[in-house]
Design a protein. Structure first.
Length: 203
């Protein structure tokens, strides 16, 4: 296929294996457009005040940024152009930041904006999403290392040993939890549990 060589994800056949590459690409295009249709419809139909409009459009702008060339799409470009045999750690982590972490950051930051969080708290949550996203991706590499090795996939495990990857996940998750501790007078129990669940998940 054009980008993803995995035949299975989470134990189930991938989209392109079941429906073909063309349908998989069209499905991705359709879902991406549906996301923006859903967000813009919410802004038009649910905003009651000027503040509602401001928050909703700001949240949509964040999601647009993180899903576009400065986020997930840009990260995928780096992935396609990079060689698994000649890639520096900084490039690999940049790719993870743009692909996986951007997805998590967009969700967290958009929620914070819609909830009326202060700029200071939004920036803390942005950093939290980055740490959590990187930890999530490296944990994903650990879970998928056998399948990834068969197709020579570009991963953290491809360059470093399993123990280093485990330590990196632990360090990043601890940094994420520390950031949550800076959110004064806010209930962060859900995000703390989310962090625990994501980095300790099993296949």
């Amino acid at each position: 296929p054009s980008m993803d060589d995995d035949d299975f994800r989470r134990g189930k056949p991938t989209n392109h294996k079941v429906f073909g590459e063309a349908m998989a690409i069209l499905t991705g295009d359709g879902l991406l457009n549906l996301a923006f249709e859903t967000m813009s419809s919410h802004i038009v139909n649910s905003s009651k005040t000027l503040e509602d409009y401001k928050r909703s459009t700001k949240a949509m702008a964040e999601i647009s940024k993180y899903s576009g060339v400065y986020g997930m799409i840009g990260g995928q470009v780096v992935d396609l152009l990079s060689s698994s045999d000649h890639i520096e750690e900084s490039t690999l982590l940049f790719m993870y930041k743009m692909k996986t972490a951007a997805l998590i950051q967009s969700s967290i930051v958009a929620g914070a904006i819609l909830g009326g969080a202060s700029e200071e708290d939004i920036n803390i949550l942005r950093d939290f999403g980055l740490k959590l996203g990187l930890a999530y991706q490296i944990r994903d590499d650990l879970l998928d290392r056998k399948e990834d090795s068969k197709i020579d996939k570009l991963t953290y495990i491809r360059h470093y040993n399993k123990d280093r990857a485990k330590n990196e996940v632990e360090d990043l998750s601890n940094e994420a939890k520390s950031l949550l501790g800076r959110l004064k007078d806010l209930d962060t129990s859900f995000l703390e549990q989310l962090t625990h669940d994501l980095i300790n998940r099993k296949v």
